[in-house]
Write a protein that binds this ligand. Sequence first.
Ligand code: SF4
Ligand code: SF4
Length: 410
Amino acid sequence: MADVYNWQLGRDMAYRFGERDTQRQFAAVFNINRCIACQTCTMACKSTWTFSPGQEVMWWNNVESKPYGGYPRHWDVKVLGLQAERDPGGQKWDAAQADGTRAPYGRFDGKTIFETADQRAEVATGYLPEEAEWKAPNIFEDAATGWSARGTQLPEHSGWFFYLARICNHCSYPACVAACPRNAIYKRPEDGIVLVDQERCRGYRKCVAACPYKKAIYRPTTGTTEKCIACYPRVEGTDPLTNGQPMETRCMTACVGKIRLQGLVDVDTDGQWLRSPENPLYFLVHEEQVALPLYPQFGTQPNIYYIPPRWVPRAYLRQMFGPGVDRAIERYTHPSRELLAVLQLFRAAQAILFSFKIERGDKVAEIRVAGRQQDIYNDVAIGYGADGQEIVRVSVEEPFFERPGKLNSI
Ligand code: SF4
Ligand code: SF4
């Protein structure tokens, strides 16, 4: 085991490999305040990558209802339970240790899945889901109360729930990579995308057990593991559809709720994001700190970030996203001018936006939000592509068009 710096935990941690040479990292922000569980993202992924025999229960993208939905069933409850068992009373944060971008959420004093692992048998604390747990995702998840048709009693909703859209996190310290005895899984230095080499994979399923997010999935017809490939031909700009420009993945671009913004961030030699406040993802994660990693305490430094839902009990959200939750919700509820403008860029274009600028506009409204006065300005967010070319411009206020007197020729 080597020591690596995990900025989401605000400390060094043990990992099988030392710092890797990742120059850029695939990342995304999901604003789950807006997710409606339409599953368009899920079907966009399925119809592109996992429609073949042996992939019937394989969902690289899934959307589950929280608090008790999950694919595979109860994945997070199980991993959290194992962690609590092996680190009794230890899974705690010290938010007072927060320190800029080096430790934005403070310091996690508990042990990660790598640090609680029984080193004789595994590199990360985990479990192998049973076959049945991968089947029937979403079934009965939105039932508020009562008995399911299968005779299982479900826990009761207590007046709140939300939808958690999930893909592989293309983690900076992937448990799947660390667990593979054949080194068949690798992280690409050019974009941090994590891939399984199908020639090397022997289907031992060590990655399936180790991935705390359960996003490495076994395919019985090939006897190998498969996982989200981050639509890498689109991200590279080599897919014919992209016209040579880096383009967001299928699940991102299909999102009906406009909850997703995906991109690439530059990474420093110590694994931290290079300061680039003009990159929309860096801006949301580090400048505004409005988007947070999912279960950062697992220790894999996941790269999908979430704007937490405002209406959910804070204790639940703090367990899920760490101690940055209160600040993130406060900033989302009362957004700065810049944040309000950047939020308009979600799903405004298919090309990856590498930077943005804001053109200031007139004040157009005074509103009250959660008891506080807020001025709204019609600023314009402009998104730029890989070569600095303008891709899109969106205003805060919805544009107003007046119909001409003569509508059409009919
Ligand atoms: S989410 Fe799981 S499968 Fe994806 S990179 Fe992280 S550990 Fe690997
Ligand atoms: S397409 Fe967007 S809104 Fe619909 S389920 Fe997926 S993430 Fe949610």
